[in-house]
Design a protein around this ligand. Structure first.
Ligand SMILES: *[C@@H]1O[C@H](CO)[C@@H](O)[C@H](O)[C@H]1NC(C)=O
Ligand SMILES: *[C@@H]1O[C@H](CO)[C@@H](O)[C@H](O)[C@H]1NC(C)=O
Ligand SMILES: *[C@@H]1O[C@H](CO)[C@@H](O)[C@H](O)[C@H]1NC(C)=O
Ligand SMILES: *[C@@H]1O[C@H](CO)[C@@H](O)[C@H](O)[C@H]1NC(C)=O
Length: 484
């Protein structure tokens, strides 16, 4: 145990990040769910303050030399906690726990999503072979700045067929190091584990790499680029959302030629090999309507749209027989051809949302508040480069953007199209490595004066007016050819 006195004498000596040893982890339980491109990790930390004012708890999000999470969230008793992300490596969050008492155990929970943690092995397979991936980590033990009494790590593969996995040294175990049950591996329990991170004054537990070679029966789908444009029309009371998507099958590459005959036969026997993508479903906002879907050849006929509903639309439209709750719309899309390992497919999909559902007016500040979904999430899919361009109506000014997570860049520009006079204000947000968890609203607020609301009608009116005048002028001209 560390006494407060020892700590204060230690502090001035410390170099780089020094985390005061004011907590211990009495127990850590981690579950790692292996998938295709993403890995979902949930970790419960039972932490115990060693004195009455222990200060912030330092939660490591990754180890040195390991994957950093694409998304993470900390919660205490089911309530999300705001942590302060320290400018340190490995990434660490400092968490203010409020009132704490010495020896009173607190349970923190951390959810993380890692991207691109598994790779196909073998890297090439034939059309009808099963697909296997290998998952790697450099941190077998849960990374922590504090010592841990007991720790257990569960790794869940999607199917029981696990071809192989690493071993764990017996340094911190008493009996079993790894237990396999179906598709689940349990590592540990580990006992009396020193911190894995810290200054050289502490005893440090040396991290070990770990890998699992497992089968997956879902296509491993990635999106290289997703360009979303969201265009606001006050005049048409509409928000148009359009996505250009470059999809890639990141599973093992197809060895040899694609056999359409074998594919048709497998379809007939309802046993299309796991790695071939033949279709997927996008979830749309409940009031989305008028969807369209086309690729470089033209319209793709194989799509099926089911409109969602909200209590309000159910009331308005008595014919829709759905229970009065929010139901998402769904758009089932079938690519023009099956997408095998290593193949890609680019397409555009779009739809409209009534503006009233996503735009509110803050009368006090005389501002519009617009909510735009950053992207449409797909399970276990990583979007390498996501871009959202929000195009506001002409005359919008004093624009501010609020994102629920950090993005890489926010750019303000002017976008000009047909019938525009001064051009429209546009904001472009860019972010790498997005997951389903990033399918959240981005808020854009702006000032939109009455004169701007009239700008478009006036432009149209003056245009129609000038056509009319021109018509009148033309009518006055005598076209009849003078008979001489
Ligand atoms: C694990 O460590 C090795 C050796 O230092 C490094 O090459 C590799 O990139 C690391 N893995 C990850 C996921 O960072
Ligand atoms: C594509 O489909 C939409 C809606 O079904 C239709 O309005 C449009 O004219 C079609 N375009 C082409 C090029 O076929
Ligand atoms: C898709 O495949 C084509 C042809 O193989 C290739 O030229 C293109 O770069 C690929 N695109 C992506 C996004 O991988
Ligand atoms: C147009 O010109 C012709 C020949 O100059 C004349 O006969 C006719 O009345 C004119 N029509 C009008 C509407 O002015």
């Amino acid at each position: 145990m560390w006494s407060a006195l020892a700590l204060t004498t230690l502090l001035p000596l410390a170099i780089a990040i020094n985390v005061p040893q004011t907590y211990i982890n009495t127990a850590i339980a981690r579950t790692i769910e292996l998938g295709g491109l993403t890995t979902q990790i949930t970790t419960q930390y039972n932490i115990k303050p060693l004195d009455n004012s222990p200060g912030e708890y330092h939660l490591a999000l990754a180890g040195e030399n390991d994957f950093e999470p694409a998304w993470w969230e900390v919660s205490l008793g089911g309530k999300k906690l705001e942590g302060r992300l320290l400018d340190e490596s490995p990434p660490t969050v400092a968490i203010q726990l409020g009132k704490t008492k010495k020896d009173e155990v607190i349970t923190l929970s951390l959810t993380q999503v890692l991207a691109h943690t598994s790779t196909p092995l073998p890297a090439e397979i034939e059309q009808r072979d099963s697909q296997y991936l290998v998952w790697n980590t450099n941190s077998t033990y849960v990374d922590s700045w504090y010592p841990t009494d007991v720790e257990r790590v569960k790794i869940r593969a999607p199917h029981p067929s696990i071809l192989s996995y690493s071993s764990v040294p017996e340094t911190y175990t008493r009996d079993n190091t790894i237990t396999k049950s179906g598709g689940t591996l349990t590592l540990g329990p580990f006992h009396s584990l020193p911190p894995t991170l810290g200054t050289s004054q502490n005893k440090i537990a040396e991290q070990k790499p770990f890998s699992v070679h497992y089968e997956t029966k879902d296509p491993v789908i990635g999106i290289r680029n997703l360009q979303r444009s969201a265009e606001v029309s006050h005049w048409g009371a509409n928000l148009n959302i359009q996505d250009y998507i470059e999809l890639v099958n990141e599973g093992p590459k197809l060895k040899g030629h694609f056999s359409r005959l074998a594919h048709q036969q497998s379809k007939f026997h309802a046993s299309v090999p796991a790695q071939i993508l033949t279709g997927f479903t996008l979830k749309l906002p409940p009031t989305a309507h008028s969807p369209y879907y086309y690729d470089y050849i033209g319209n793709v006929s194989t799509s099926h749209f089911r409109q969602g509903s909200t209590p309000a639309t159910v009331q308005k439209n008595k014919k829709v027989r759905t229970s009065p709750r929010i139901v998402e719309g769904t758009l089932e899309l079938k690519p023009r051809y099956p997408i095998l390992g290593g193949w890609n497919y680019s397409f555009t999909v779009g739809y409209d949302i009534p503006l009233g559902d996503v735009l509110k007016t803050d009368n006090e500040k005389n501002r519009k508040v617009l909510a735009v979904p950053f992207l449409t999430g797909l399970k276990d899919v990583v979007v390498d480069n996501a871009e959202l361009k929000v195009i506001l109506p002409e005359g919008a000014s004093d624009v501010q953007v609020y994102t629920p997570f950090a993005v890489d860049s926010i750019e303000h520009s002017i976008h000009k199209t047909y019938l525009d006079t001064t051009g429209r204000y546009a904001i472009t947000l860019k972010k790498t490595q997005s997951t389903e968890n990033h399918a959240q609203n981005v808020y854009v607020t702006y000032h939109y004066p009455l004169s701007a609301q009239l700008q478009k009608p006036l432009t149209i009116a003056s245009l129609v007016g000038s056509l009319f005048l021109l018509g009148m002028g033309l009518r006055r001209v005598n076209y009849s050819i003078e008979k001489k």
